[in-house]
Design a protein around this ligand. Structure first.
Ligand code: FAD
Ligand code: DHB
Length: 391
């Protein structure tokens, strides 16, 4: 088998890249280790920046998003029992964000690519990368119990944090920057309407909580928990009780059947550079952000936007000029998103090792950010997404 670009992984990064390349007539094959159903049901991110929405529209896969996505013009930060609204659109020249589950983005992208009859293999697991320093790299993969080889010009490593692409880079060629946080998040999906039309981020003495949604009838709710929390310790009633306590005496929290429950670790991670020879890493394969800043999925989309442009230019001009800039251009955005995600995480969570002084600093920062137009603007412009770097 041969193609121009071999894409490992059908998460948002791999799927968006495949669509961008298809549209420009660059041949690619997507290999995904999991089943289609698994990819479409995996609960993850829910909030899209304007730039990600624009990209989906540009690719012609934005029709359902336009119908069903919930456009948000503001959010609330709540601390010491009081909510403070940040008017995102007013502070950013009219930009907004959209609630539309990653599951829905993935469903739309898979359906459109299958409808176009493109080569797309589920349950095809990449097991090794070969010849990354040569002009003919190859992906060895296992499909239906049989090992096969896909030869290509370039490999796009879009296989997430636990994939095989990043580990295929010699250790000495990669610098890892990381930070683990001493807590995680319990996330639930509930068949109940959201408590508010806008998201509420809560800093509470008992820990962080986030009240978000998927639809006007389905809530997505998060609670700060121990890093190694056993979900078995959290029966539904305990979760609802804790959510109510952290929300305080705001409007009463609607309660419904819990249809999903999981624990997410919190981590900041960057592997640099994002390229080794013919291999280009994109999305979670190269970097992880704690979810407090909603940057994970949006960064994956920003990476492949740059990668697609560079690959398309390579085939049009036969010049590696833009490919050579891929990692530097992406990392500029990645580091700014890391900073914002780390800052939001630090400002909003409970840290058991905080001294009373550090706790007062956290509250003073929240008070400043919500009380000053400059403070609110710095949060808002990062939250809706900074402008794209030019390649
Ligand atoms: P992924 O979505 O991880 O896709 C990688 C794909 O590669 C997967 O489909 C995987 O099956 C496939 N793959 C892996 N190995 C192989 C192989 N060897 N061969 C073939 N295929 C392979 N972000 C937010 O902004 N907000 C959130 O609330 C949020 N919650 C999250 C909860 C969890 C549990 C996780 C893990 C992430 C969460 N994120 C969140 C982050 C966000 O979902 C990711 O940043 C986003 O999915 C990145 O997309 P990706 O395409 O880079 O990687
Ligand atoms: C969602 C998740 C987040 O981490 C966040 O900051 C905002 C929204 C969500 O799942 O809807």
């Amino acid at each position: 088998m041969r193609t121009q670009v071999g894409i490992v992984g059908a998460g948002p990064a791999g799927l968006l890249l495949a669509h961008l390349l298809d549209r420009a007539g660059v041949d690619c094959v997507v290999l995904e280790s999991r089943s289609r159903e698994y990819c479409e049901e995996r609960q993850r991110a829910g909030l899209l920046e304007q730039g990600t929405v624009d990209l989906l529209n540009d690719l012609g896969v934005g029709a359902r998003l336009a119908r069903e996505g919930l456009v948000h013009h503001g959010l609330a930060l709540r601390f010491e029992g009081v909510s403070h609204r940040i008017p995102l659109s007013e502070l950013t020249g009219g930009k907004s964000v959209v609630i539309y589950g990653q599951t829905e983005v993935v469903k739309d992208l898979i359906a459109a690519r299958l409808a176009a009859g493109r080569d797309f293999r589920f349950e095809a697991e990449a097991v090794a990368l070969e010849g990354l320093d040569t002009a003919t790299p190859a992906i060895r993969f296992r499909e239906h119990g049989r090992e096969q080889t896909l030869t290509c010009d370039f490999v796009a490593g879009c296989d997430g944090f636990h994939g095989i692409c990043r580990p295929a880079i010699p250790e000495a060629k990669l610098t890892i920057y990381d930070r683990d946080y001493p807590f995680g998040w319990i996330g639930i999906l509930s068949d109940s309407p959201p408590v508010s039309d806008e998201l509420i981020y809560v800093n509470h003495d008992r820990g962080f909580a986030l009240f978000t949604m998927r639809t006007p009838h389905v809530s997505r709710l998060y609670l700060q928990c121990e890093a190694d929390e056993d979900i078995a310790n959290w029966p539904d009633e305990r979760i609802w009780d804790e959510l109510r306590r952290r929300l305080g005496d705001a409007p009463e929290l609607p309660q419904g059947a819990v249809t999903q429950k999981n624990v997410t670790p919190m981590r900041s991670f960057v592997a640099a550079p994002m390229r080794h020879g013919a291999l280009f890493l994109a999305g979670d394969a190269a970097h992880i952000v704690p979810p407090t800043g909603v940057k994970g999925l949006n960064l994956a989309a920003a990476d492949v936007r740059v990668l697609a442009r560079a690959l398309i230019a390579f085939y049009a001009e036969r010049s590696p000029r833009l490919l050579d800039r891929y990692s530097d251009v992406c990392l500029k955005r990645v580091w700014k998103a890391q900073r914002f995600s780390w800052w939001m995480t630090s400002m909003l969570h409970r840290f058991d090792n905080h001294t009373p002084f550090e706790r007062r600093m956290q509250l003073a920062e929240l008070d400043y950010i919500t009380g000053s137009r400059a403070g609110m603007t710095t949060l808002a412009e990062n939250y809706v997404g900074l402008p794209f770097e030019d390649l």
